[in-house]
Design a protein around this ligand. Structure first.
Ligand SMILES: [Zn+2]
Length: 301
C-alpha cells in the first residue's frame, strides 16, 4: 500500500478514523516505513531492534522504551539511547518526553483503528458512524474518511458488487463440502434483494432452502459473509439436500462400477477367445435362461 494516502500524525490525532484499515496488517519493512512516516526513523528503528514488526505486536508491547534501559551493549542500541534519552544527572537517564508523547499518540490512533475493525466486524452497520462522529471536529469542509468511501454506492453498485463477491467465492469454493455440483447463481440458487431504506442500503438473500439471510456491512459496503455462514451451517436444507444427493450418487456409482468392471473383464476374455460376436450374445442368453430356470425352480418350491 502507498503511504501517500495516509495522513500525518498531527492530522490523525484529530481524525483517527482517517487511517486506512490496511495499515493494521502491514508487517516488517512496510510496517517500519509506516511507523517512520508517522513518528520518525529513530522510533521506527527502536521497534526494529526489538523485532516489533506489526501493529498487533506493537499494541501488545507495554513499554517500547524499556529496551533502552536493559543491559544491552550494541552499537545500534547505543545510538538509539543517544537520540531518545536524556541524561538528567550523572547516572540517571529518562526518555525525552516528545518521544513518549509520539508513541502514546501512535498507540491511541492504532487502538481506535483496531477497535473499528472489531466494531465493524460485528455487522452493526450504523454503530461505527456514531462513534466516528464523536471524534469529529466541526469543520467547513466535510472530511472524506475511509469509512464513508462506499456511502456513495447506489443500490445497483451494491448489488453488482455483492453478485461479483458471491461469484468469486463460488468459483473459489468449487470443492465446497466436496460437492461437485455446488454452484451459486442468482435467480437459480439464491435470490438477492437490495433496497434503499431509512438506514441506507440494506440487502438480504433468500437461499434456495427458503431461509432469508440479512447481509452485514463493512465501511457502508454490503458484504455477503452472512450468506456463506448460512451455507456452511447445518441449517441450510439446500446444501443438506446436495450432500444427500451426492452421497446417493456415489453409492450408485460404486454399484455400477462393480458391474461395469465385471462386464469389461468378461469382454477381455471374449476378445482373447477371438470370437467376440458369437460368444457375447450366447453368454447373455445362457445367463438369462439359467436365471429363468432358477426362478422357475423357486416357484415350484
Ligand atoms: Zn440455505
Amino acid at each position: 500500500m502507498s503511504l501517500s494516502n495516509v495522513p500525518k500524525l498531527q492530522e490523525l490525532y484529530f481524525h483517527p478514523w482517517k487511517l486506512p484499515l490496511e495499515t493494521l496488517t502491514l508487517v516488517d519493512d512496510q510496517f517500519y516505513s509506516f511507523i517512520e512516516y508517522l513518528v520518525g526513523s529513530t522510533l521506527s528503528n527502536l521497534l526494529r531492534v526489538q523485532e516489533i514488526n506489526s501493529v498487533p505486536i506493537l499494541l501488545l508491547t507495554t513499554d517500547v522504551f524499556k529496551h533502552l534501559f536493559l543491559k544491552i551493549n550494541d552499537v545500534e542500541t547505543d545510538l538509539l539511547r543517544q537520540e531518545l534519552l536524556l541524561q538528567i544527572d550523572n547516572n540517571n537517564l529518562i526518555v525525552k518526553s516528545a518521544n513518549r508523547t509520539k508513541i502514546k499518540c501512535l498507540f491511541d490512533i492504532l487502538k481506535i483503528t483496531s477497535d473499528r475493525i472489531f466494531q465493524e466486524g460485528q455487522r452493526i452497520a450504523t454503530k461505527h458512524q456514531i462513534n466516528y462522529s464523536s471524534f469529529a471536529i466541526p469543520s467547513a469542509t466535510p472530511a472524506v474518511s475511509t469509512a464513508n468511501t462506499y456511502s456513495t454506492l447506489t443500490v445497483d453498485d451494491q448489488r453488482n458488487s455483492l453478485l461479483k463477491c458471491i461469484d468469486d467465492w463460488s468459483s473459489l469454493n468449487e470443492t465446497f463440502f466436496n460437492l461437485k455440483e455446488f454452484k451459486l447463481e442468482e435467480g437459480n440458487n439464491f435470490r438477492l434483494i437490495v433496497k434503499a431504506g431509512t438506514n441506507g442500503i440494506q440487502a438480504s438473500i433468500e437461499c434456495l432452502c427458503k431461509t432469508i439471510i440479512t447481509l452485514g456491512k463493512l465501511h457502508s459496503k454490503l458484504i455477503p459473509s452472512n450468506f456463506y455462514r448460512h451455507l456452511k451451517s447445518p441449517g441450510c436444507k439446500y446444501v443438506n439436500r446436495l450432500l444427500k444427493e451426492q452421497k446417493l450418487e456415489e453409492t450408485n456409482r460404486n454399484n455400477s462400477y462393480s458391474t461395469t468392471s465385471s462386464s469389461s473383464s468378461s469382454q477381455l476374455i471374449d476378445n482373447n477367445s477371438q470370437s467376440t460376436t458369437a460368444v457375447v450374445p450366447n453368454r447373455k442368453r445362457t445367463l438369462g435362461s439359467t436365471h429363468k430356470i432358477k426362478s422357475k425352480k423357486q416357484r415350484k418350491n
